[in-house]
Design a protein around this ligand. Structure first.
Ligand SMILES: *Cc1c(COP(=O)(O)O)cnc(C)c1O
Length: 404
């Protein structure tokens, strides 16, 4: 049995009120809440061993370094990377993607092709467009159907000997679709192309195994999986990370520096210029530990129950349409009320203490596909409850009465 009452006690913020009503937090796809187990680690860091890492001989610096590197091992183990140095700390998913896109600028030529999907977040479109501008490579898009599922036959047709890179998110943040990434990876590899999977939206729900997937790059943000903002990771296969040039120059990423020549440090430091988010990295490890104590299978099963319950209840409202009806989807419900702007609904829900996201969810091409300005998106986490979904349904009905 899944004890949500007990789990909710781990999250101090869930007991606060908003506009005089108990907070109902359904914006988990934008950022997740932080359990006290992770908050404690952050407080402990600044209270007891805040120091710069890797350089100091003094005790605090060594303690901070040990914890930071231990967290890297926690991340390595969680994603089942072969080596700890294949885990690069970054500022988050966007930063990880830009690091790879920047690196590929020196590996691509005019006429090379990059494939992305119709379901991408802006952070997985714009860096590739910039890369194409720089290199003369061409961007191709895997289209989707009305359910928000990628058309795999079309993907087959896009792949050819010019394909150098494929970039797809594991789960769409706007619609919740879980993409068939193993098939996408295997097919790309048959054509000699590398694959980067954006795991920002999957890591809160799924425990990916990068070796079993045989993926070349996998990226994630801590703040979507119970960790702090401003920290994330890039997993890259050792051979790929060795091929890519450094992203930024500075301290920590060098072996030797003179004005004539600089040699770069080995992995992972080659990609970690400057003082990193030390506390964030340590807290990222703590967040992964926390989620693993609950268990990803338990999380996925419970969230699926929430998804089914919310879908059923919301569809009972007349004039409500759900966008994203893929067979394989996670706990995100994107919807609109006929004739009503999503923003207005979001504003009324906030008055009732219910936090949802409204707008294009950084995925404008998806909204264009459905010919809508945006949606109301409720995204659930394992600490949400069916009673909260009931409150959402009541809130949406009330908003509909007030606005029509
Ligand atoms: C949130 C998100 C991103 C961006 O993550 P940041 O932490 O803002 O860098 C990228 N892709 C997807 C699918 C996301 O959900």
């Amino acid at each position: 049995m899944f004890d949500t009452d007990k789990i909710r006690k781990d999250f101090p913020i869930l007991s606060r009120e908003v506009n005089g009503k108990p907070l109902v937090y359904f914006d988990n796809a934008a950022t997740s809440q932080t359990p006290k187990q992770v908050i404690d680690v952050i407080v402990d860091y600044y209270s007891n061993f805040n120091a710069n890492i890797h350089r100091g001989v003094h005790t605090l610096s060594q303690e901070a370094t040990d914890k930071y590197e231990a967290a890297r091992h926690t991340i390595q183990k969680h994603f089942n990377a072969k080596h700890a140095h294949e885990i690069i700390y970054t500022a988050g998913t966007t930063n990880s993607i830009n690091l790879v896109a920047n690196g590929f600028a020196s590996l691509l030529e005019k006429g090379d092709e990059i494939i992305v999907s119709a379901l991408e977040h802006h952070s997985n479109i714009v860096p590739w467009q910039m890369l194409c501008e720089k290199t003369g490579a061409v961007l191709k898009v895997i289209p989707m159907n009305q359910n928000g599922e990628l058309l795999m036959e079309e993907y087959d047709k896009l792949l050819n000997e010019n394909t150098k890179l494929v970039f797809v998110n594991h789960i769409s943040n706007a619609l919740g679709t879980i993409n068939p990434i193993k098939e996408i990876i295997d097919k790309a590899h048959k054509h000699g192309a590398a694959v980067l999977i954006d795991g920002a939206q999957s890591c809160p729900h799924i425990k990916p195994d990068v070796q079993a997937l045989d993926v070349d790059f996998y990226v994630a943000s801590a703040h979507k999986m119970c960790g702090p903002t401003g920290v994330g990771m890039l997993y890259g296969k050792e051979e790929w990370l060795n091929k890519l040039p450094p992203y930024q120059g500075g301290g920590e990423m060098i072996a030797e520096v003179s004005f004539e020549k600089t040699t770069y440090a080995g992995l992972p430091h080659k990609f970690e210029a400057g003082t990193p988010n030390i506390c964030g990295g340590i807290a990222f490890g703590a967040a992964i530990d926390y989620m693993n104590t609950i268990g990803f299978e338990t999380i996925a099963n419970y969230e699926h129950e929430l998804l089914e319950y919310a879908t059923k209840k919301l569809l009972e409202i007349e004039g409500l349409k759900i966008y994203g009806t893929a067979k394989n989807k996670t706990s995100v419900v994107s919807f609109n009320l006929e004739g009503i702007h999503p923003y207005d609904v979001g504003t009324i829900l906030d008055k009732m203490g219910i936090a949802v996201r409204t707008g294009h969810h950084c995925a404008q091409p998806i909204m264009d596909y459905f010919k809508i300005p945006g949606t109301i998106r409720a995204s659930f986490a394992f600490y949400n409850t069916k009673q909260e979904i009931d409150a959402l349904v009541e809130g949406v009905k009330k908003a509909q009465r007030m606005l029509s």
